[in-house]
Design a binder for this molecule. Structure first.
Ligand code: SF4
Ligand code: SF4
Length: 194
């Protein structure tokens, strides 16, 4: 009994220890998963986010004139799982810590994140495409000093393949050149008898 009274008086003196929101201030944990948002500068329209979204909250549709696409996130359908962020290869998709999701029923179709993203002509052949984001291109080609990331990121996949093929041809020995272990720095390693 004495223990119970002790706890009772202590709690009465200290007051409530729960969050006073909405009557008072609250706080947002740093890693809280809130509204999903897209950075239109980084989005390439690859569709990985749509594919990975179990809630079917993401739609990507081509513009009728073929000059780009629209990406839409239906906030009302989103279950804040962050799968889209996990699978987005360019870092375009992120989960903000904006948790303000209360809304009137009549507003549910206005709760969308939507961007219309335009294609750019490929620097090689002019085909409309999305350039690779600069930071991603730097990472992709960091191991190959022969590739200029800034130039390559503005090429469509076919032109990038063509550039790869040209580089590979340059690495081949020229016709008529005798390939020897000594000339190519190859160490001959003939099998030996045990
Ligand atoms: S947000 Fe990311 S995963 Fe989704 S289409 Fe854009 S680049 Fe692809
Ligand atoms: S957080 Fe989950 S449910 Fe929401 S849009 Fe991304 S993948 Fe879909």
């Amino acid at each position: 009994m004495a223990g119970f009274l002790k706890v009772l008086f202590r709690n009465l003196l200290e007051g409530p220890s729960t969050d006073p929101f909405p009557l008072g201030e609250t706080f947002t944990p740093a890693r809280l998963r809130g509204r999903a948002v897209v950075d239109p500068e980084l989005c390439m329209g690859c569709g990985m986010c749509r594919h990975s979204c179990a809630a079917g909250a993401i739609n990507i549709s081509a513009l009728p004139d073929g000059t780009g696409f629209t990406i839409t996130i239906w906030q009302n359908s989103c279950c804040l799982c962050a799968s889209c962020r996990h699978y987005c290869p360019t870092g375009a998709m992120s989960i903000s810590n904006d948790w303000h999701s209360a809304h009137a029923e009549s507003e549910k179709f206005q709760r969308i994140e939507q961007h219309t993203i335009k294609y750019e002509p490929c620097a090689g052949c002019g085909t409309l495409m999305r350039p690779i984001p600069a930071a991603l291109a730097e990472r992709l080609y960091a191991a190959n000093s022969e590739i200029d990331p800034e130039k390559t990121r503005h090429l469509c996949p076919k032109c990038r393949q063509l550039e790869d093929a040209k580089r590979s041809i340059c690495l081949l020995p020229s016709p008529g050149k005798q390939v020897t272990a000594a000339s190519d720095g190859i160490r001959a390693s003939a099998p030996t008898k045990e």
